[in-house]
Design a protein around this ligand. Structure first.
Ligand code: HEM
Length: 123
């Protein structure tokens, strides 16, 4: 089922959503400045596209190792920022996909946001 999700969404749409998301993030009053640590946007987006492809059940095609908890703990993200991140992400996913597929992807994103919030977030 999960593998079907990656293939049903498709790598090209994941690219499109990730591009759209980070375009909006950079202009966002809450999140924009938090991403100033990213210097190589092409490399960051390639890692994130691969991350979502695998999170949706696709086979890994790069040897990336992710340290999601470590990364966000170091950034000292706040619960309110995670909520904003999820809201923006939902807008991007919903505008790119039919409702049923968007729901599958957003279910994964919300689960990750929830566990990130528990593990790393300050108030
Ligand atoms: C559901 C919520 C989120 C998910 C699923 C998510 C996912 C990710 C992933 C997979 C990475 C790559 C980590 C790695 O390479 O090991 C990343 C990096 C990053 N995230 Fe998040 N993130 C979330 C929320 C946030 C929030 C709320 C912020 C800021 C307030 C944030 C800021 C960043 C930044 C700045 C990086 C790049 C760090 C660097 O390259 O040094 N993320 N995120």
């Amino acid at each position: 089922m999960a593998r079907v999700a990656a293939e049903a969404v498709g790598l090209q749409t994941i690219h499109q959503v990730v591009d759209d998301f980070y375009r909006r993030v950079q202009d966002d009053p809450v999140l924009g400045t938090r991403f100033s640590v990213v210097t190589d946007w092409a490399a960051h987006k390639a890692r994130i596209v691969h991350f979502w492809w695998v999170a949706l059940g696709g086979a890994a095609y790069e040897p990336y190792r992710y340290r999601v908890v470590y990364t966000h703990r170091a950034l000292e993200v706040r619960a309110s920022e995670i909520q904003r991140w999820l809201d923006l992400f939902a807008d991007c996913v919903q505008s790119a996909l039919p409702e049923s597929l968007a729901a599958v992807w957003l279910h994964r994103a919300k689960a990750m946001g929830g566990s990130l919030a528990q593990v790393v977030a300050r108030v």
